[in-house]
Design a binder for this molecule. Sequence first.
Ligand code: SF4
Length: 351
Amino acid sequence: MRDGTDMAVSAALLKWYDVHAREMPWRVGPAARAAGVLPDPYRVWLSEVMLQQTTVAAVRDYFHRFTARWPSVEALAAAPDADVMGEWAGLGYYARARNLLKCARVVAEEHGGRFPDTYEGLLALPGVGPYTAAAIAAIAFDRAETVLDGNVERVMARLHDVHVPLPEAKPVLKDLAARHTPEARPGDHAQAVMDLGATICTPRGPACGICPVMEICAGRRAGTAAELPRKSPKKPKPTRYGYAYLARRADGALVLERRPDKGLLGGMLGWPGSDWSDAPSVEPPFAAEWREFPGEVRHTFTHFHLILRLFVAELPEDAAPEGYEIMGRHAFRPSELPTVMRKAYSLWRDA
Ligand code: SF4
């Protein structure tokens, strides 16, 4: 049940959002929204999938390129897998790109190109979890769903002076966020809380003096806001090791492999290589005069650090190792490689 304070919070946030909403390429701002412009669910969905684990700044260019190349969900559904994976390269978390395509095809083929307009309908789509379903339902369809991302968690913890550490505090913070969600303009409200967290109630040094909810904020009153939300200590990430094998033919073509769909960097192009573990196999992927290359590539994934050593080889012009892709010098675009593979290429090329 919403009480007067809950309503005062959402009213203050909406008033602030009407003036200070961030401009984003996928967003319909409050003035246009009030004038009746509806958000395009395709653009909202695409932005939400891209924003999972990534920042707004990192996503903007990708969003522009995707929507210029594939302006509708049907266009994206009809795109070849390799084109989409190539365009996604560098954004990371490649399972998202594979699910993006799966989802586009389900929407195009099973829903006549229209996204479901409820939380449950959206949740049934590939790659759409509870957070994304709630965000699309609220932003694209103005459903009164509660959207809980890192920004919202921080704002709720401070507003209510919650000292339970994350991730244990998530259900409590979600309940609090739900209490503030209004029936009218829930989409704008969700974006208002996110914007507040991104621009005023920032992780370090919240700007309480210009905050639209400063009068109601328990964390500010208690002087604890900057310490919140508390977080349980993270386990240190382990380090894994691996080898990558970079081979170039006399005509400049390169030998690459398309990684299996399942697993890390699934479906992406990369250099042939070993497993990544404590003691990776040093067995080369195919016969060549491999020589160890000086230096190493360091890259951090969500759950581990990787140290990659390189082996390189020059091959005759007619070499075509079985099971690998031969990519001509002019067809090869390093930007289509995932970041770790691009780092390996740069190390070799720049030596
Ligand atoms: Fe965050 Fe300060 Fe606003 Fe409270 S008053 S919500 S701590 S910026």
